[in-house]
Structures are given as structure tokens and as C-alpha cells.
Design a protein around this ligand. Structure first.
Ligand SMILES: [Fe+2]
Ligand SMILES: [Fe+2]
Length: 293
């Protein structure tokens, strides 16, 4: 008896199916757009911002949770968004809104990448923290953007995870000789790698171009036409992998860009210091948040 196996989509059909899936990701909540609009207007008041955010209880609770974590230094001292924005300032609140929104998505289990529940979240928090540390040394003006870009750099994995699972055997065969990278496999088999997909996700979420470029080139910053942020997130990603945060199926198969360390003027000692710092940060925030959400 011949059993006909239903072939999964491939080629152009698969590519359009993947692009369609991006549209199914939860959108950035309306309150986030309104909050960004308010923050971009210098005449806006803390009160207005507080009012908008408090209308979305999910976001408001998450923002307060993060604001009260030891990382942001308010340890349990603020109980209203309005107060948090006065103490932390608009820029940090913008960062918190992204963290709160991303945390709802990144905590999921991703079988295609062998990432258990919360693992991508821990990896992303590690990369966000390392990106911020590197940016603070190299170009402090980029520190907040570096944190946000680091946090959502792997959002493309949310889309590709289930397709990788569908094409598991092909991925295993492709990787069998140990010379190819997982990114090559993603491009070859699915038509996109997760950084290209993340760039599309950024468009959907209206993420500013500076961050979207860094995210798109986080695995090959030298193709970014000199995006400092792309180099920062790239090195932060590798450092987080070195600590074992979110290694998953692909972690051992990434290559560090040869010029990145020199470009960012980092020494071996700096890298080990950053590793220690991000591990402590992830440990602490995970405890304080008791998981994403
Ligand atoms: Fe990545
Ligand atoms: Fe990553």
C-alpha cells in the first residue's frame, strides 16, 4: 500500500505563507501608539501619558512591575503610571512599554528552536542588557535604543519556529556536515532567515528604522552600512549565547563577525565582565517578574 505524505508548502508558496503569518502576530496595542505619540510631543504632560496607559490594564500592570524591579531602581516604590513617568522620565517609560509588550510574546515555548517556555525571554533580556552595557561605553546616546533592539532582536523566531518544526528532517540533513550555519538552513529551506523576518515584524509594529536596521542585521552587522547598533546587538547576542542563555537548536552555529569586537573596542576582560553582569540581571529580573507576562 502506498501512503501519500502531504507535502508541506515550499518555494514561493511557503514564502508567502510565512509573510502572511507575520500579520497574525498580536499587534502593538493601540495604547502603545498613543503613548509614543504623546511622548514625541514635548508639550505633552506626564498626566496625559499616565491616563492613556492606565486605560490598558495589561500594559499598565506590566509597566509598573518592571518599573518596580531593581533594574529600574524603584523597588516597590511606585504604584501609579503617572508617578513612574515623573520619576523615570519619558524615555525610560517608552522602553518599559516595549518590554511589557514584548514580554507577553517572548515567553512562549518554541519547539522548532528547542527553546522551552521562558527561554527566548531570558535570552532576549540577556541580549537587551548586554546591548545596553556596550552602548553605554561606546555611545551612551544609544543606550535605550540598544536595550529595546536587543530585547526584540529575535522576534523573527516567533514566526519561523513552527515552520522549522515542519521541516525538521531537512534542517537536520542540511546541518549534518557541521559546516553550515542554522541561518543558512533557514534561508535555504524556508526562504528567509529569522533576522529578515524580524525586519518585517518591525514594520508591522512600527518600530523606528534605526532599531529595525539593527535587528535585521544582527547576524551580519558588516552588511548594515555601518549601523553601530547592529554591531552592538550582534556582539551582545554572541555574549548571551556564551553564557548559555537561550542556546536552543541554533545557538552553537552562529559566527561572530571578525570586525565587531575591534569596531566596538572591546577587550576579552570586558566580555567576561558583561557575561557576569547579564547573568545576574536575568536571574534577578526573572525572579522579580516571576516569569513573563
Ligand atoms: Fe538571532
Ligand atoms: Fe539571539
Amino acid at each position: 500500500m502506498i501512503i501519500l505524505k502531504k507535502e508541506p508548502l515550499s518555494g514561493e508558496a511557503l514564502k508567502s505563507e510565512i509573510l502572511r503569518t507575520i500579520k497574525e502576530l498580536p499587534p502593538m496595542p493601540q495604547s502603545v501608539f498613543k503613548a509614543r505619540e504623546i511622548m514625541s510631543n514635548p508639550k505633552s504632560s506626564f498626566k496625559e501619558l499616565g491616563q492613556i496607559l492606565e486605560m490598558d490594564q495589561g500594559i499598565a500592570t506590566a509597566v509598573l512591575k518592571f518599573a518596580n524591579s531593581s533594574y529600574y531602581g524603584l523597588s516597590g516604590r511606585v504604584s501609579s503610571i503617572q508617578r513612574a513617568s515623573v520619576v523615570l522620565g519619558h524615555k525610560t517609560i517608552a522602553e518599559l512599554i516595549t518590554v511589557a509588550t514584548a514580554s507577553r510574546l517572548l515567553g512562549k515555548k518554541l519547539d522548532g528552536y528547542d527553546l522551552g517556555a521562558g527561554e527566548l525571554w531570558r535570552h532576549s533580556m540577556g541580549v537587551a542588557c548586554a546591548s545596553k552595557i556596550i552602548a553605554t561605553r561606546k555611545n551612551p546616546g544609544l543606550a535605550n535604543d540598544a536595550f529595546t533592539a536587543g530585547l526584540i532582536h529575535d522576534a523573527g523566531k516567533l514566526i519561523l519556529g513552527s515552520y522549522i518544526l515542519e521541516w525538521k528532517e531537512e534542517f537536520q540533513q542540511f546541518m549534518a556536515d557541521g559546516r553550515k550555519t542554522f541561518l543558512n538552513a533557514e534561508r535555504e529551506i524556508l526562504g528567509f532567515d529569522h533576522s529578515q523576518i524580524a525586519a518585517e515584524v518591525c514594520k508591522n509594529w512600527c518600530i523606528p528604522q534605526l532599531l529595525a536596521t539593527a535587528i535585521e542585521y544582527h547576524h551580519y552587522p558588516s552588511r548594515s552600512q555601518g549601523s553601530e547598533l547592529a554591531y552592538i546587538v550582534h556582539v551582545a547576542d554572541v555574549i548571551a549565547m556564551m553564557t548559555g542563555l537561550g542556546l536552543g537548536a541554533d545557538g552553537m552555529n552562529y559566527q561572530m563577525d571578525d570586525k565587531a569586537i575591534e569596531f566596538l573596542d572591546l577587550q576579552r576582560k570586558d566580555i567576561s565582565n558583561i557575561m557576569v553582569e547579564i547573568l545576574a540581571f536575568v536571574e534577578k529580573t526573572s525572579e522579580e517578574m516571576s516569569g513573563p507576562g
